[in-house]
Design a protein around this ligand. Structure first.
Ligand SMILES: O=c1ccn([C@@H]2O[C@H](COP(=O)(O)OP(=O)(O)O[C@H]3O[C@H](CO)[C@@H](O)[C@H](O)[C@H]3O)[C@@H](O)[C@H]2O)c(=O)[nH]1
Length: 474
């Protein structure tokens, strides 16, 4: 009997910041393994948003694409809701439904693919769905966790649930208390993901993220020596942290960068902003974006735009539609009237923008995808971290790679106009310090290019993973 083709089922939570790196990895797997198949699977609602124009076929809204000779297929699973996740939805309840329905329908997908003669040989799952490993194990299919944040953050979660949790929990209300994790410089409680501090309390709106993180680490324990963790980083970016992961089989395979047409659940504005960028001098533009989840109050939008105007530099600022909707309509209109030097869009092709020669600085919330994209494009950053991994990510940018500065918010958590201006000057003016940041950004761009290029460290790790997948398919 001939052995089945290697077939990866890539599963992801329906956030843009999770879908993007998962889809990028899916395409990298197809490029590395010319005979492999990939089925990409997220929730039904996210799937509909990714393919608004495509008719769904009868058996479960399958969308095959022409990419990679049709070897990439999209097949959604259910999260038990009609609408998908909404901004005002109780996150704890959503995660419970996502788990129960997701586990049931992913099991059905595995069975259906096997029945179609395309059995899955490896499940790859991102954050917030530890149950995927259990579903795979029940069917005898090996799985790998794809960690889409820095390995430094993986270390924090891992050690939190393997001994460090008690001390963090005891001091979780003291942001300046110092904690040490293997392989990392000392950190304060304030640097840790809020899911391991505030969300420990059962009344917290993200308490189920804390529970799910614990389940994820237990899942790795259950897998034992077979546990594989792919990480969207490269060994050059996080050498010390990677040296401290010990017995776990951690494979840095990143940064995975975009390719292909479909990129996620948001649709970009007309490419008018590219023409606008074309008309600007080299390294003159400040690009501003806060990812796909962060919200902004009226006061913050005002301070931000004021600071950008006062910087005297041209700027391209993303203010998502849902943020605008949360402001009164009339006020959102006024946004445009007040702009002299800048352009506000609801969504853009961020990597295309960061790759443009006119862009000289990225004011970012430090989502890991944004950070990696900026490093890969050689653009210095002004860091305004918010929740989750973002404060740790900012540490890497400022302290470890020295490709940016960190902005300070006031006591009320507002980033003031004067601070916006100060930080932009710090990375864009003619000072020696600014020149050094720009030089470091150029250096890291090159390092990352080498790591992900043919024969680079991340490329070799991905090859090893693919070869392993091919072996387990035999
Ligand atoms: O106008 C825009 C704005 C953003 N993006 C893209 O959207 C993604 C945003 O991802 P990220 O920068 O990681 O931010 P979030 O959407 O906030 O991501 C969530 O998920 C990440 C991965 O787990 C975490 O690092 C973040 O903290 C978490 O908020 C990136 O690929 C951007 O290129 C665009 O294409 N156009």
């Amino acid at each position: 009997m001939s052995s089945p083709r290697p077939h990866f089922l890539v599963l992801t939570f329906p956030f843009q910041g999770h879908i993007a790196p998962a889809l990028r990895l899916a395409r990298r797997l197809l490029a590395e393994a010319p005979d492999a198949l990939v089925t990409f699977s997220t929730t039904e609602d996210a799937h509909r948003r990714m393919f608004p124009a495509k008719p769904c076929d009868g058996d479960g809204a399958k969308v095959a694409t022409d990419e990679h000779d049709g070897r990439l297929e999209f097949l959604p699973f259910s999260d038990g809701t009609e609408t998908g996740i909404l901004p005002n939805m109780a996150f704890n309840a959503y995660l419970a439904s996502f788990h129960a329905e997701g586990a049931r329908t992913v099991a059905e997908i595995l069975d259906a693919l096997a029945a179609r003669g395309r059995p899955v040989t490896r499940v790859v799952y991102t954050l917030l769905l530890p149950w995927a490993a259990d579903v795979a194990r029940d069917r005898g299919v090996p799985s790998a966790l794809y960690w889409i944040q820095p390995v430094a953050v993986f270390i924090i979660y891992f050690h939190y649930f393997h001994g460090h949790g008690t001390i963090v929990a005891e001091h979780r209300h003291d942001p300046s208390f110092v904690v040490e994790f293997p392989g990392l410089e000392p950190l304060t409680i304030g640097d840790l993901p809020n899911f391991l501090t505030d969300a420990v309390d059962p009344s917290n709106i993200f308490h189920n993220v804390f529970n799910t993180s614990r389940d994820l680490m237990e899942t790795l324990d259950k897998e034992g020596p077979k546990a594989t963790v792919l990480v969207n980083t490269c060994q050059e970016l996080e050498r010390h942290a990677l040296a401290a992961v010990g017995a776990i089989d951690v494979l840095p395979v990143g940064p995975v960068l975009p390719s292909g047409n479909v990129s996620g659940i948001f649709k970009q504005d007309d490419a008018e902003y590219m023409e606008w960028l074309d008309a600007k001098p080299e390294n003159s533009v400040v690009y501003v974006a806060f990812g796909s989840l962060a919200t902004m109050a009226r006061e913050q939008v005002d301070e931000l735009l004021l600071g950008l105007e006062e910087s005297g530099r041209p700027y391209l600022c993303v203010i998502r539609k849902d943020i605008k909707v949360a402001l009164a309509d009339a006020e959102a209109e006024m946004l445009h009237e007040r702009l002299k030097n800048g352009m506000v869009v609801e969504w853009c092709d961020q990597v295309q923008v960061l790759s443009h020669v006119a862009v000289g600085c990225f004011l970012t919330h430090c989502g890991w995808n944004s950070v990696l994209e900026s490093v890969a494009c050689g653009v210095p950053m002004v860091c305004v971290p918010g929740m989750s991994d973002q404060r740790m990510n900012a540490q890497l940018v400022v302290r470890d790679w020295r490709v940016g500065v960190r902005a300070q918010v006031d006591k009320g958590g507002v980033l003031r106009a004067a601070e916006v201006r100060r930080c932009i000057d710090e990375v864009m003016d003619n000072s020696e310090a600014a020149a050094e940041v720009r030089q470091m950004a150029g250096k890291w761009k090159q390092i990352v290019e080498e790591a992900t290029g043919k024969g680079g460290s991340s490329d070799r790790n991905l090859m090893a993973f693919v070869d392993d997948g091919a072996r387990s398919a035999v």
